[in-house]
Write a protein that binds this ligand. Structure first.
Ligand code: AMP
Length: 424
């Protein structure tokens, strides 16, 4: 099936051709004709399936066809997305698909000055792409007029709920015209999402395709049992392996992300950090440098990493193990995106035992425990590692006999030669 058969006009088809897409992805095949028909839609799809183009292309088609009668631009379409990075990503998509459609687009998100966003909204734009918090702020100040809106997209709806955006979303939707087309995209169809669709949509069609296989089935996973104080040292040690050339590291806190990035940077590893305390410019720059290969390592918290679509991440490192299995699956899904050639490395401390057990039940497999070859905690300076650890008394999960030096190995046992980490 080609894009020509989906009902898109010549201006949009031209941009698609210039983007180099030869055929629509499954979600695009199913949803584009329905959206052009004017139907409400629930799309169950994840980032990476082509879902942004699935709603952007028909949206642009609609916007291209309607010329404002009085010559004044009115906002006719609104896309809500959970993070600033996703807003920018959607805007990038719009920019490449709308090359031949004269449109004014405004991005609205927090972490940057309100001035230019207010000005853009007041001047009149055809399309607004926004995070709910900042948009609500600007709406409260009377900057946005959605009275002419007829197209509304709620992207990554499940993450929006996780992030506590529902009250803002409700308020925003209340101010939109009742007569409109509403598209809702979510990675999962939970009870909460069903409730939301009943609230916001009118007889929506459900499309559930483009599901990638569960990364827990396709990404090579392994774990190292390591006391907290040894984590940075182990990470530096693993990074001596050049095969780890594009590495996303997850920490639990913003402070932790900065600290790890600083420590890696000091030892000569090009590292950036993204989390919600960074300015938008800092986040965008770090992400771009990581995408371009200028940064070998990007350290992120979960919130900042939501939906980030970076090709070619070779390794995900759970520097801090996530407490929730859903976050684990989401994190490790950042690697091995095209083929199943990613590696997920987990640092497990004593405190992570319960979360690890819960995860292994959730993914129905046990994650192989590995011994870091050539890494000796005892050789670290006394100040960095707690005495108990230096005395090799760290107990691994599931095994009272196992200690950090090796599975079932005794005190002072030499590490066996072999790959530093498996799965490659
Ligand atoms: P998304 O799921 O929207 O994040 O898209 C994932 C990636 O697929 C993006 O880099 C898009 O540029 C790309 N993409 C979207 N549609 C197509 C298509 N029909 N053919 C090839 N690549 C596509």
């Amino acid at each position: 099936m080609s894009f020509e058969t989906l009902g898109l006009g010549p201006n949009i088809l031209r941009s698609i051709e210039e983007s180099g897409y030869s055929e629509p992805t499954p979600i695009q095949k199913s949803s584009i004709p329905l959206i052009i028909e004017g139907k409400d839609l629930i799309g169950i799809a994840q980032t990476g399936t082509g879902k942004t183009a699935a709603f952007t292309l028909p949206m642009l088609q609609r916007l291209d066809g309607e010329v404002p009668q009085d010559g004044r631009r009115r906002t006719r379409a609104l896309v809500l997305s959970p993070t600033r990075e996703l807003v920018v990503q959607i805007h990038d998509n719009v920019a490449s698909y709308a090359k031949h459609v004269p449109l004014e687009v405004a991005d609205v998100y927090g972490g940057v000055g309100e001035g230019p966003q207010k000005k853009a909204l007041r001047n009149g734009v055809d399309l607004v792409i926004a995070t709910p918090g900042r948009l609500m702020d600007l709406m409260d100040q009377g900057c946005a007029d959605f009275s002419g809106l007829n197209f509304f997209v709620l992207d990554e709806a499940d993450r929006m709920l996780d992030m506590g955006f529902l009250p803002n979303i409700r308020k925003i939707v209340k101010s939109l015209p009742k007569q409109r087309q509403t598209l809702l995209f979510s990675a999962t169809l939970s009870k909460e999402i069903e409730k939301l669709t009943r609230e916001f949509q009118h007889s929506p069609k459900l499309i559930e395709i483009g599901k990638r296989s569960n990364p827990a089935d396709t990404v090579d996973q392994l774990l190292y049992e390591i006391p907290k104080a040894g984590k940075v040292h182990l990470l530096k040690h693993l990074l001596e392996d050049n095969e780890m050339y594009s590495v996303l590291v997850f920490t639990r806190t913003k402070y932790g992300a900065d600290r790890v990035a600083k420590q890696l940077g000091r030892s000569g590893v090009e590292t950036g950090a993204i989390h919600s305390n960074r300015t938008q410019n800092q986040r965008a720059r770090a992400l771009q440098n990581f995408k371009d290969g200028k940064l070998r390592v990007l350290v992120a918290t979960d919130i900042a990493a939501r939906g980030i679509d970076v090709e070619g991440i070779t390794h995900v490192v759970n520097f801090d193990f996530p407490p929730h299995p859903e976050d684990y699956v989401h994190r490790i899904g950042r690697t091995g995106r095209a083929q199943a050639n990613g590696v997920a490395i987990n640092f497990i401390t004593d405190e992570d035992r319960v979360a690890l057990r819960t995860l292994e039940r959730f993914i129905r497999r046990s994650i192989p425990r590995k011994t870091p070859i050539g890494f000796d905690l005892k050789s670290l300076p006394k100040s960095t590692v707690h005495k108990k650890v230096r005395d090799n008394d760290f107990r691994a999960p599931h095994s009272k006999k196992t200690n950090f030096r090796g599975q079932g190995g005794g005190r002072g046992q030499r590490n066996r030669p072999g790959p530093r980490h498996s799965g490659r």
